[in-house]
Every structure is written in structure tokens, then in C-alpha cells.
Design a binder for this molecule. Structure first.
Ligand code: PLP
Length: 381
């Protein structure tokens, strides 16, 4: 297994040893229920509080603004449903972007919202003016991701939030709220909610080298939001149910580590990613999908002429390299809605492969990947 090259960090990053070391004693020794009055319960509640505080520090929020969830999908559904519920007297119009993750597009659809989907340009960028033009008096929520999971393209969330704020101020309204799915961002970009100026922010633990089954929604204190789940008082009633304490501890540890090494790791991966881009683009019939500059430093999405991306991914796997055809969440062989939104034709979409680098990636991995891709393409074409 050691000799394998793992280039699918956008789907799931391996658990950080520091996160595991933080989790292990909690799993083994801190079995108390944080809602219990006895010592075991109080210990568990203290550990949980510390995890909230640590996550809050990473995003520049207050600890009580952090709601721990089972991951990004639950966080996004809470953001959408809770905002629509609180604003139901005003309307149910939501504005989002064509390249959002299916968790966002699906949550909005499932909530029965009236949705406007703003298109992106051929490089994956959304125009802030187009978002503002889509706003209506009954718009309750705008949701724009920080960085795309398939093509890594980064949206200027700060710029969009400022424009939304100006629109709100002109009308003396708190609406629309602004949510950003930052699942792919924290390893490489600041997710400070004060700087980003968002009302709601989604985070995912496995994307930051934390355990699966953990994530968070940051709900700013002035944002009108109503609980949608019935149950106990956990997470101040915003996410009832006995808390996943070890998951919270592992997530908090992993996120802090990601923030601490962000700049160093971003610079290191950018160099390797550029080597991979240059190496792959030198192969005949290869095209980059999405903007080359405004994208996450670990992401590369390329189209290979005349081949099926899925077959290439399977052949790479057999050769010891893990890559992907896009979002792991789509499943099956459904064509990528993200690449379609860039205006790519079916052949180019079907011939596309995503490589996402991570902490274990070395220059030798990049050289080998370019060599193996070239070898496989020669056989396939
Ligand atoms: N949003 C983005 C941008 C993602 O990349 C993912 C997972 O790939 C999700 C949401 C869903 O995350 P989860 O599967 O942890 O719920």
C-alpha cells in the first residue's frame, strides 16, 4: 500500500496522526455523555467545549456560533433549511451558482425553495454583478462555495459578501443571508468568517485530515436561523442528539493543524501541482479544465482527448495511482455538472480526470504520475 500514490485528497484526506492522537484517549476513556451531571459527563462536556473553542478560533467566530454536525452535507442542509424556516414570512427564493456541490444544489431543491442558479464563465468564475442581479425582495439566502471540489476554482467570497451587504443596507434588511460551503478551503485559504463577512459557513472534517462523520456549521449570532430538528438541547438545540465527542476532538485538532501549516503547505503543493500541469499538458491532446491561477494549489482537472476518464482512472488505479473523475459524491457515471457549467462538450467532460495533491505528495510522485499517464494514454489511444 505504501508504494501507492494517492492523488484524491479532495474526496478524502488521510487522518492526521495528531488528530488520531487527540482522539484516541477520548475514544478509550471519555465515554461520558456531555449532558450527564456526573464527573464522566462533566469531563465529556469540557472536552466538547474545548473542541468548539478550538474550531471557533480557526474561523474567527465565537464558540457558541459553532454547531457540530456529521459533515458538510448535514451542515449545508441545516444552513438552507434553518434559514428558509426563519425567513418563511418573507419568501423562499435562494440564489446559488451552477458549479456548487450537489450537497448545496440538492439541499436547496429538497427544501422546496424557489431557486435561481447563476452561471459561471468558461474558467469557472462567477460574476458578482450576476449574483446581485439575481436578488429579489423575497431572496432569503445566497450560497456560494469558497473553492470548487472538482476544478479547485476559488470564488471571491469576500467581494460577493460585500456586494450583498450593500444590497441589504440599501433596503434596511438582514436578507438575504450569505452562506459559503468552505469544505475544500481551510487547508489553503483563510476561513475567517469576519473577514469573509458570511452569515453561515460550512466545514468538513475529512477534507482537513480529520475523521469522517464530523463537520460544522458556523451560524453568526445575528443571523436569523431556526432549528429544524426536533430532539434534545445538544448544540443549543440546533443539532440535537448525543454528540460525537471523539469526532469533534479529531476535527478540531486537524483543523488547527491545517491552519497552522496552511501557508507552507500551499506553497509546497503549488510547485508540485504546476509540475504536474506542465508534465500533463506536454502530452498531446490534453487540456486544463478551469482557471489555472485562481484555483486551489492542490487541484488539477484535465481533459484527455479520445479517452474515457473512468477507464483512465481504473488503469491508473491498477498502476498504483489513485485519481478521480470528479466529485466522489455523484457516484455512478453521471457526467459532471461542474464541467458542463464551464460549457465543455460531452467528449471533453467524459475524458476528464481530477488529481488532488496532499501532504504526502512528493516530487517523485509527480514524475511517476506523468510517466504512467503518458504510458497508459499511448495504450488507450
Ligand atoms: N461540499 C463540498 C465542496 C465537498 O467537496 C463535499 C464533499 O466532497 C461536500 C460538500 C459534502 O461533504 P460530506 O460528504 O462530508 O458531507
Amino acid at each position: 500500500m505504501d508504494s501507492r500514490i494517492y492523488l484524491d485528497h479532495a474526496a478524502a484526506a488521510p487522518l492526521s496522526p495528531a488528530a488520531w492522537m487527540a482522539m484516541e484517549p477520548v475514544l478509550m476513556h471519555e465515554w461520558g455523555n456531555p449532558s450527564s451531571l456526573h464527573k464522566e459527563g462533566v469531563n465529556a462536556a469540557n472536552i466538547l467545549r474545548a473542541a468548539h473553542e478550538s474550531i471557533a478560533k480557526c474561523v474567527g467566530s465565537r464558540a457558541d456560533e459553532i454547531v457540530l454536525t456529521s459533515g458538510a452535507t448535514e451542515s449545508i442542509n441545516l444552513a438552507v433549511l434553518g434559514t428558509l424556516k426563519a425567513g418563511s414570512m418573507r419568501g423562499k427564493h435562494v440564489v446559488t451558482v451552477a458549479t456548487e456541490h450537489t450537497a448545496v444544489l440538492g439541499a436547496i431543491r429538497a427544501a422546496g425553495a424557489d431557486v435561481t442558479i447563476v452561471p459561471v464563465d468558461g474558467r469557472g468564475h462567477v460574476d458578482t454583478d450576476a449574483i446581485i442581479s439575481a436578488l429579489r425582495e423575497d431572496t432569503i439566502l445566497v450560497s456560494v462555495m469558497m473553492a470548487n471540489n472538482e476544478i479547485g476554482v476559488i470564488h471571491d467570497v469576500h467581494h460577493i459578501s460585500k456586494a450583498i451587504d450593500a444590497w441589504r443596507k440599501k433596503r434596511g434588511s438582514v436578507y438575504p443571508l450569505f452562506h459559503s460551503d468552505a469544505s475544500q478551503a481551510p487547508n489553503y485559504l483563510s476561513v475567517d468568517v469576519g473577514v469573509l463577512h458570511v452569515d453561515l459557513l460550512t466545514l468538513s472534517s475529512p477534507k482537513v485530515y480529520g475523521p469522517k462523520g464530523a463537520g460544522a456549521l458556523c451560524i453568526r449570532r445575528n443571523a436569523p436561523w431556526s432549528s429544524v430538528f426536533g430532539g434534545g438541547k445538544q448544540e443549543s438545540g440546533r443539532r440535537p442528539g448525543t454528540e460525537n465527542i471523539a469526532g469533534a476532538v479529531g476535527f478540531a485538532s486537524a483543523l488547527s493543524e491545517s491552519v497552522a501549516i496552511r501557508d507552507r503547505e500551499s506553497s509546497r503543493l503549488l510547485v508540485l501541482r504546476e509540475q504536474l500541469v506542465d508534465g500533463l499538458l506536454a502530452i498531446r491532446g490534453t487540456t486544463l479544465n478551469g482557471d489555472r491561477i485562481r484555483r486551489l494549489p492542490n487541484n488539477l482537472n484535465v481533459a484527455f482527448d479520445g479517452v474515457e476518464g473512468e477507464e483512465l482512472v481504473l488503469r491508473l488505479d491498477a498502476a498504483g495511482i489513485a485519481a478521480s473523475t470528479g466529485s466522489a459524491c455523484k457516484g455512478g457515471s453521471e457526467p459532471s455538472h461542474v464541467l458542463a457549467a464551464l460549457g465543455l462538450n460531452t467528449d471533453r467532460i467524459n475524458g476528464s480526470v481530477r488529481f488532488t495533491l496532499g501532504r504526502s505528495t512528493t516530487a517523485a510522485d509527480i514524475h511517476r504520475t506523468v510517466f504512467v499517464v503518458q504510458e497508459i494514454l499511448e495504450k488507450m489511444r
